[in-house]
Design a protein around this ligand. Structure first.
Ligand code: NAD
Length: 476
C-alpha cells in the first residue's frame, strides 16, 4: 500500500516523535531512551490442525516500562510483523501518557487470517499463543495486560483470561491479566463500544472550540456534517453509529476492504453492518452506490474523514488528493509521515490517533481497576444515590402541595433524576471526562506555543513530557 520511498510504520512513528522532541528540552540520552522499543519477543509455535501441524508466528513488544503493567492490544492479521508491532507499542506508550492511564506501552500480534479458521481452531491457536506469552510473564495482571485490536474481540480475550487462570490457579487477580473480556467473564459494560465512543466524544470536544473548527474551515456543530468512514469493524462501526444516530452526522460513504458504499443522503449504519455480517461482504447492499475501488473514496468531498481500518492508508500516493478539511485518526497510524506533511501543507486539521482512539485503553483501564477491586462500578452507591434523589423529589412535591404552588415535575425529568448511575453510565462519564481533559492538554500546547503547528505535535509533547517526568522520578 505504501509508495516506495516511504518510511516504515515504526520509522513514521519515530519521525513524528522526532518532530516533537526537537521542540523540547530533553537530554539527548533521555530522548533516545523514550523513543526506542525496549524489547520484542517473537514466538513460533505449532498447533495440530486438520490432520497436520500448522506453525504460527506471533509477537509481543514492550515499548516502555516507565509504568507497569504495560498495555496494548493483540492483533490478528496476515500483515502482522515486528516493525508494525513495535510502532503500535510505541503509540501505546504515548497514548497512555496522554490520557493518563497508568501504563507503559506494549502491543502484540499473530500472523493469521482469522477468517480461514473455525471457532474451535481459533480457540486452540489463541490458547497456545497465550500459553507462550503467559509463561514468560508477557501476559500478567501486574506486568503486561493485552486487549483486543484488529481481528480480535471479546471472544479471544475470554480465552486468554481462561488460559491465564488455568496456569495461575491461585492468582486472585487473574481476571485482570487481559481487558476487553465479555461482561460475563469479568469484562466491563461499555468496553466494546469504547473506542468508537471515544472518537465521537473527541469530535464533540473539537466542535466545542470555535477557533479549532475555524482552523479546519468548519462551523456549527456536528449536526448535518458529511462523514466518510473507512473500516466498519469495531471502531468504525461504533463511531459511525453514534455520530449518525446521536449527533445527526450523515455517513455519506463507508469504505471496506472489498469496495465502498455511498449515499449523499446518508447511509443507515446499522443496516450496512447487518448486511456485512450476514453476507460477509459489502457488495450487493441495496439502496446505495457501490464503488469497486473503495480507497478512491478517501479522496471524496466530505466534512470529516474517519480512517478506522488500518495503518498507512493515506500515503504519498493519495495525500495530495484528500479533500476532507478534518481527519480524525480512529485507526492507528493511518497517515504516513510524508502524507502528514502534505496534509498539513493543505491546511487539513488532523486529530491524531494517540488521542482519537484512546477510548479503548481508557475503558480497559476501568476494566482492569474493576478486576483488581473485585466489585462492579456503582454497586455500592447506585441505590443510595437514588434514595437521595427521591428524598429531594418528595420534598419538592410536598412543598408544592403544602404551599399550593401547583408545580409538577415532568415525568421525564423525574425518571432521569431518580435513576442512579449504573456501570455503563459511570464508564461513559469517565470516558467523556478523559477525552475532554486530554483534548484540553493538547489544545493548550497547540494554541499556547507559536512553534507548535498541529495537534499531533502537541499530543506528542504532552505525552513525551509525562513519560520523561516518570523516568526522571523513578530513575533508570
Ligand atoms: P476490526 O478488525 O474490528 O475492524 C477493521 C475493519 O476494517 C474491518 O471491517 C475490515 O474489513 C476493515 N478493513 C481492513 N482492511 C481494510 C482496507 N484496506 N480498507 C478498508 N477497510 C478495511 O478492527 P478494529 O478493532 O476496529 O481496529 C481498527 C483500527 O483501530 C486499527 O488500526 C486498530 O489498531 C485501531 N484501534 C482499535 C481499538 C479497539 O479497541 N478495537 C483501540 C484503539 C485503536
Amino acid at each position: 500500500m505504501l509508495v516506495s520511498g516511504e518510511p516504515s510504520f515504526r520509522e513514521s512513528v519515530d519521525l513524528m516523535f522526532n518532530r516533537a522532541a526537537a521542540l523540547m528540552n530533553l537530554s539527548p540520552g533521555l530522548e533516545q531512551k523514550i523513543r526506542v522499543c525496549n524489547s520484542t519477543y517473537t514466538v513460533r509455535f505449532g498447533v495440530r490442525l486438520r490432520g497436520k501441524i500448522e506453525t504460527f508466528t506471533g509477537y509481543r513488544s514492550v515499548h516502555s516500562e516507565h509504568m507497569e503493567p504495560v498495555k496494548g492490544g493483540i492483533r490478528y492479521a496476515m500483515s502482522v510483523n515486528q516493525d508494525e508491532v513495535e510502532a503500535l507499542a510505541a503509540l501505546m506508550t504515548y497514548k497512555c501518557a496522554l490520557v493518563e492511564t497508568p501504563f507503559g506501552g506494549s502491543k502484540g500480534g499473530l500472523c493469521i487470517d482469522p477468517r480461514q479458521w473455525e471457532e474451535h481452531e481459533l480457540e486452540m491457536i489463541t490458547r497456545r499463543f497465550a500459553y507462550e506469552l503467559i509463561k514468560r510473564d508477557l501476559i500478567n495482571p501486574a506486568q503486561n495486560v493485552p486487549a483486543p485490536d484488529m481481528g480480535t474481540g471479546e471472544r479471544e480475550m475470554a480465552w486468554i483470561a481462561d488460559q491465564y487462570a488455568r496456569m495461575n490457579t491461585t492468582d486472585i487477580n487473574a481476571r485482570a491479566c487481559v481487558t476487553g473480556k465479555p461482561p460475563h467473564a469479568g469484562g466491563i459494560q461499555g468496553r466494546v463500544e469504547a473506542t468508537g465512543r471515544g472518537v465521537q466524544l473527541a469530535l464533540r470536544e473539537f466542535f466545542r472550540h470555535p477557533e479549532d473548527k475555524a482552523k479546519a474551515g468548519l462551523s456549527g456543530d456536528l449536526d448535518g456534517k458529511r462523514v466518510i468512514v473507512q473500516g466498519l469493524g469495531n471502531v468504525g462501526y461504533h463511531a459511525a453509529k453514534f455520530l449518525s444516530e446521536e449527533d445527526g452526522c450523515k455517513i455519506i460513504a463507508i469504505i471496506e476492504r472489498d469496495g465502498a458504499l455511498s449515499d449523499p443522503a446518508g447511509l443507515r449504519v446499522e443496516e450496512v453492518r447487518q448486511w456485512i455480517s450476514k453476507e460477509g461482504t459489502i457488495k450487493g447492499y441495496p439502496d446505495a452506490a457501490f464503488t469497486e475501488n473503495g480507497a478512491a473514496l478517501l479522496e471524496a468531498d466530505c466534512d470529516i474523514l474517519i480512517p478506522a481500518a488500518m495503518e498507512g492508508v493515506i500515503h504519498l500516493g493519495n495525500a495530495a488528493n484528500i479533500s476532507a478539511p478534518l481527519i480524525i485518526e480512529a485507526a492507528n497510524g493511518p497517515i504516513t509521515f510524508g502524507a502528514d506533511e502534505i496534509l498539513r501543507g493543505k491546511g487539513i486539521v488532523i486529530i491524531p490517533d494517540m488521542y482519537a482512539n484512546a477510548g479503548g485503553v481508557t475503558v480497559s483501564y476501568f476494566e482492569w481497576v474493576k478486576n483488581l477491586s473485585h466489585i462492579r462500578f456503582g454497586r455500592m452507591q447506585r441505590r443510595a444515590e437514588e434514595a437521595r434523589s427521591r428524598l429531594m423529589v418528595e420534598e419538592l412535591e410536598r412543598l408544592s402541595n403544602d404551599q399550593q404552588l401547583g408545580w409538577t415535575l415532568s415525568p421525564d425529568f423525574k425518571e432521569r433524576f431518580l435513576t442512579g448511575s449504573d456501570e455503563l453510565a459511570l464508564v461513559r462519564s469517565g470516558l467523556d471526562d478523559t477525552m475532554r481533559t486530554a483534548y484540553q492538554a493538547m489544545r493548550e500546547v497547540w494554541h499556547g506555543r507559536p512553534d507548535v503547528e498541529d495537534l499531533r505535535v502537541a499530543a506528542y509533547i504532552v505525552a513525551i513530557d509525562r513519560v520523561a517526568k516518570s523516568y526522571r522520578s523513578k530513575g533508570l
